[in-house]
Write a protein that binds this ligand. Structure first.
Ligand code: HEC
Length: 313
């Protein structure tokens, strides 16, 4: 990723926000200069995901895992030089979220809390490095092969037609950049896009006007679970305002941006389209787009179906 997409920022020339991870861009990258690393720090503590009650619990578990040795080899012995309280097992067995009156229920000395936080940052950075590594992001799809070998016709006729449609008449690449967007007309050869390793996003957000997907379980999770946690108290009335809600939240790093909140209600990150048909991810978790089924762009080498009104927006 180019550096500017590694963190959330307002671009005055484009009069638009770009960068940041998650469908509402709330993993800003402001702290670690790396949005992917900050995104990686979220699931362990998200009560809807791993649900650990304190980041110190994640660090305690890591210190006991087989990864400890590897982690220390990369980051140093200080990483887990932390004096854990006697009740740590008990505290960490209770799922989050923590009581707001005791937001960090693993009671550490200020120095150990600082250490645990620093190690948690390194944990995020380690995951982001792994995600960017060839094991996870190999760029070896058929489409990448076509990009790397412009002299060969790698894509089938049907796939080529899909790609032509994607950056031609359908204009999908005005948001989902495929590396060809600077060409005006004419035939585009894979070679022209090859240097870009396109991720099919411009790292901005857009409001597609997609209605709620009522089939998503989140809309029915309005009763407390066994631990008293209610994922979605509003039930079916829940409306995800995406980037707007994030700009109004304490996570927004710049108070000058709160004034943009209304303008960004209903906007969501332009999804990366790689492996789209395999990943039930992004905003579909909160239930607008839902899972992909075959549709008009079935012939595209990227697979998947656009939201109903994607082209109209
Ligand atoms: C105006 C910008 C824009 C255009 C043009 C656009 N998209 Fe998108 N696309 C988005 C945004 C924003 C999302 C994420 C929507 C959300 O999470 O609510 C998205 C999501 C998707 C997804 C993922 C859906 C999922 O379940 O995660 C696919 C596939 C997709 N677009 C394909 C297309 C195709 C094919 C076209 C052209 C026909 C297209 N898009 C045109 C902005 C756009």
């Amino acid at each position: 990723m180019p550096p500017s997409t590694r963190y959330f920022h307002y671009n005055p020339a484009q009069q638009d926000f770009s960068g940041g991870n998650f469908w509402d861009l709330r993993a800003t990258g402001w702290k670690l200069q790396n949005a992917a690393a900050e995104q990686a720090q979220d699931p362990p503590l998200d009560p809807n995901e791993h649900g650990l009650i304190d980041s110190a619990c994640v660090m305690y578990r890591l210190s006991q895992s087989p990864y400890r040795k590897l982690f220390v080899a990369v980051w140093g012995r200080q990483a887990f030089a932390i004096r854990w309280p006697a009740d740590i097992e008990k505290v960490c067995r209770t799922p989050g979220p923590p009581d707001p009156k005791d937001p960090f229920p693993v009671h550490l000395s200020p120095k150990d809390r600082g250490r645990s936080n620093a190690t948690y940052d390194q944990f995020g950075l380690a995951i982001s490095a792994y995600e960017a590594a060839p094991e996870v992001s190999p760029f070896t799809s058929k489409f990448d092969a076509a990009l790397a070998h412009p002299d060969q016709q790698i894509l089938s006729k049907e796939e080529q037609t899909g790609w032509d449609l994607f950056h031609g008449k359908a204009k999908c690449n005005t948001c989902h950049l495929d590396g060809t967007e600077n060409r005006s007309g004419g035939t585009i050869s894979p070679g022209e896009a090859a240097s870009k390793a396109p991720l099919f996003t411009d790292f901005t957000s857009a409001n597609l006007g997609v209605p709620k997907n009522r089939a998503v379980p989140y809309y029915r999770e309005n009763k407390p679970d066994a631990f008293g946690f209610t994922p979605n108290p509003a039930g079916l009335k829940f409306i995800d305002k995406g980037v707007g809600d994030f700009l109004r939240s304490p996570t927004n790093p710049n108070a000058n941006w709160i004034r943009f909140a209304m303008q960004y209600d209903g906007k969501f990150q332009v999804s990366i389209l790689r492996n789209r048909s395999r990943l039930p991810h992004n905003h579909s978790k909160r239930g607008r787009v839902g899972s992909l089924s075959l549709g008009p762009c079935e012939t595209s080498p990227f697979g998947g179906r656009p939201p109903a009104n994607a082209v109209a927006s």
